[in-house]
Design a protein. Sequence first.
Length: 138
Amino acid sequence: MRFLHTMLRVGDLQRSIDFYTRVLGMQLLRTSENPEYKYSLAFLGFDGGNPGQAEIELTYNWGTESYDMGTAYGHIALGVPDAYAACEKIKAAGGTVTREAGPVKGGTTVIAFVTDPDGYKIELIERKDDLVAGTGLR
């Protein structure tokens, strides 16, 4: 088995594509439209996505502008070589940092949190030693 993607329902597909590409540095890999069932998809990722890296699938159900987050969703995690620099780059691009970079409570790993336009949380985890080039957050 291999991890392929995580799907997020979004209220404005272009706004979300802009966030994941412009603010987080992902690549728009492919899109599709399904007029019969009234939804659009966009797949985004780093380094060309699958098979090297998992992707994010953004699903826009036509006419639905927002979703209830519920209490089960936690966050998506991205590895970055420097969480402090990533936060500065994200803020400069118009993104929202909801927890500034710093050590995790009770530990030494440096983390930060950002929020996408639909309210999904994204954790940035500083991992200097094992990152693959091309994350866009350098």
